[in-house]
Design a protein around this ligand. Sequence first.
Ligand code: ATP
Ligand code: MN
Length: 534
Amino acid sequence: MPVSIMNITENKKLLPELTNPNIFYQLNPDDLTEQTINRVQGVINNTGALCINTGEFTGRCPQDKFIVKDAVTESSVYWNNFNLPIEEKYFFQLKGKMLNYLNSAAEVWVRDCYACADPLYRMNIRVINETSWSNLFAYNMFLRPSEEELENFQYEWTIIHAPGFKADPMIDGTRQPNFAIISFTHKTILVGGTGYTGEIKKGIFTVLNYILPHDRNVLSMHCSANKGSKGDVAIFFGLSGTGKTTLSADPQRKLIGDDEHGWTDKNIFNFEGGCYAKCIDLNEEKEPEIFNAIRPGALVENVGFFKGTNEIDFASKAITENTRVSYPLHYISNALEPSIAAIPKNIFFLTCDAYGILPPISKLTAGQAMYQFISGYTAKVAGTETGVTEPKATFSACFGAPFLPLRPDFYAEMLGEKMKEHRVNVWMINTGWIGGCYGVGARIKLRYTRAMIAAALSGRLDNVMYETHPVFGMKIPKTCPDVPEALLDPRLTWTNKSEYDQKARELAVLFIKNFEKYADCVNDEILSAAPLAD
Ligand code: ATP
Ligand code: MN
């Protein structure tokens, strides 16, 4: 049975400018999956999930993300490489063109949903999609209103999403044919020219990173969160690939969310209704929760298959290394819904240090915590060409600079106050290399990282001996349950100790250089937490 198409009168209520007579409104995941298959835009894998390709773009494009510069944003937004200004006239022009494009399309999908699990901060969203599978992404990732709530649904923000629409950079004020544009005044996000679904969720995240701290006194955070059996909450900050999604899916704890949260005076809450996990090298034994979430309703992006089968080859990087799956939060067996929980007792800063310098687990003072939060360090492996093995340091303020419209100190000050007020423990976890840098050492085993986090959360690191890192100053436990002692001190894992000392100082120089721009807006306690380069 084909799914019902909305009639035109009903459509008028949806969005006045959307005159396309073929609108699929609020379809369920089964129908969206079936439609995608029928339109030959996806296939079902052997566990029943819908697998699609997002097209030319398989990741976000930070250089093509704009904020309309107008009376609202001009003096409040921190204009930088991630917050690029665009004139309002281009926003209107592109919105008009996109609506024309969608009105002349054969069909359009519309979905009402919301962000922010705490009803006090709930933000209703209407998403308009060119394809059924991107509408399924919106279903999976945003929060889903009940039938009752839909009756009188008033949307506040609109997302117009058309991967097939391309801007003309000469006329439309963009850099390339693809773009993501946010207008705070018109409460609209335009995404065109890219099918990468992540732009949809990170667009709303950017909006919330403005509204919540700026207007509602809520700290917005690029972090995952979970809750122990005694109600204790942990949050995990970290840049892409550092382990937010992987480490928050812990069978011993309830999952609150894997990427975006708010911290109020009373609680923390998830912005989203789903998770967006990496699939590269996904393995049932190491990450059973995520592996088993790949089932009917899940949307898998850009994976390869074993030849002649519909079985996903998780090792394949044929399309991209950034293979992904989105699924509703409750696909993780012990998810907490509604995703609201107490003020955190423990904060983890995750970094994937491909230099192999930072300890696998360490404890930070308040000053060090602020210094590390503002620095937002991780080190990726540069390039995938053969022979290129040098890691590349990335510093991204508050572990999320691409999504933060306000100055970093705006978020840092809020976090600093909250950490002091609630006496939160702050840990730094290196989920990256030990025993040498990339190419020499190896990435620390996931089970050891999990064991270290479990030990920290259960208080089993409270009464052990610590030593101080000679360059970075954090405290390193000398013992940790279920982890070989030889792994804890990074220097001891390197064969060549003087090379370690040398590389540690080099990394310290990068930290210090990066921090120069913040010197004016932080206090001495934070400044004195800088690493020692000599
Ligand atoms: P994003 O912001 O892009 O969603 P993320 O912080 O959620 O990124 P994950 O998706 O959790 O990052 O990615 C961590 C990846 O690293 C996973 O593929 C995981 O299997 C792998 N990994 C390997 N070793 C470890 C480790 N010791 N700790 C954490 N993750 C590890
Ligand atoms: Mn993630």
